[in-house]
Design a protein. Structure first.
Length: 309
């Protein structure tokens, strides 16, 4: 029996033009963008479809933009391909976890738009208070990178930690400028390849601490329901089954690592054989191919993708 998991992308998957073809062809996609426009009070659809790119990449815009594009694609998929099996699991990478919660019936789309807008604003605020940097480390083992970060943090007296365990041999680190510099130097010395990321926010690190309390208040005030589809959380790479667990996950996620490798492995162990990435881009599809090369993958981000499923 084929078991399918729906995956939802996070920040970094945005691109000008995302969702436009879906909105041009399907009323349900247009309605999804119109709903987000009304909630946010500006034309998010135009920003997604036409840019400019520098405005789309501003964190407070990017987060609701990716969420809205992903849910538009999900709604089109459900409408146009009712013949497809329902997903056995859902998961999202960082920001994508909000799309996964909507897909699982745990969070209303309107509330997800509000939360991701607030999340982006609060993360940007934390980044202004405590600027930092991020870098991708390739070709090293997860434990090796974690150890390098621990040593670099002690030696530099600065924050640096693993932000994303994305796939075997692909880890992202995050923290203060001095801490990240010390860790990347050590990673290069150990034979790793370092790719600095063009960000000023140290996401998924202790530098996001100023955002935690105000975001926790937003999360506490938002209604959630127990998920109708099992959802694997980023922080523990385990199923989130209660409203309390979901709220705790979303707050902890700001400063904790995204355990994406372990999340995919957990779904494979549960019997998932096919992963469908829903939303802009194909970043997660590439990661799945590295984590579970035996699994089938597909993407849903444009009308032509529906015909390939």
């Amino acid at each position: 029996m084929i078991q399918i998991a729906f995956l939802f992308p996070g920040q970094g998957s945005q691109a000008v033009g995302m969702g436009q073809a879906l909105a041009q062809r399907y009323a349900v996609a247009r309605e999804t963008f119109a709903e987000a426009n009304a909630i946010l009070g500006f034309d998010l659809a135009q920003l997604c479809f036409e840019g400019p790119a520098d405005a789309l990449t501003i964190t407070r815009n990017t987060q609701p933009a990716i969420l809205t594009t992903s849910i538009a694609a999900l709604r089109v998929l459900r409408q146009e391909r009712p013949d497809l099996p329902a997903p056995a699991w859902v998961a999202g990478h960082s920001l994508g976890e909000y799309s996964a919660l909507v897909a699982a019936g745990s969070l209303a789309f309107a509330d997800a738009v509000r939360l991701t807008r607030a999340r982006g604003e609060l993360m940007a605020m934390a980044g202004e208070l405590r600027p930092g940097s991020m870098a991708a480390i390739l070709r090293l083992e997860d434990a090796q990178v974690a150890e390098i970060c621990a040593r670099a943090a002690a030696e530099s007296a600065d924050v640096v930690q693993v932000a994303n365990y994305n796939a075997p041999g692909q880890v992202v680190i995050s923290g203060g400028t001095a801490g990240v510099a010390a860790a990347t130097a050590a990673a290069k010395a150990a034979g790793g390849r370092v790719i600095p990321l063009a960000v000023s926010i140290a996401a998924h690190s202790a530098l996001m601490a100023p955002a935690v309390e105000p975001f926790a208040e937003r999360v506490a005030a938002t209604p959630f329901a127990a998920p109708t589809i099992p959802i694997v959380g980023n922080v523990r790479a385990e199923p989130l089954t209660t409203v309390e667990e979901i709220r705790a996950e979303l707050v902890a996620q700001l400063t904790a690592s995204v355990r994406w490798t372990a999340s995919i492995q957990a779904m494979v162990a549960a019997g998932v054989t096919r992963f469908v990435e829903i939303g802009p881009g194909n970043v997660l599809t590439g990661l799945v191919k590295r984590i579970a090369p035996q699994a089938e993958t597909a993407n849903v981000g444009a009308p032509e993708d529906l015909e390939k499923l």
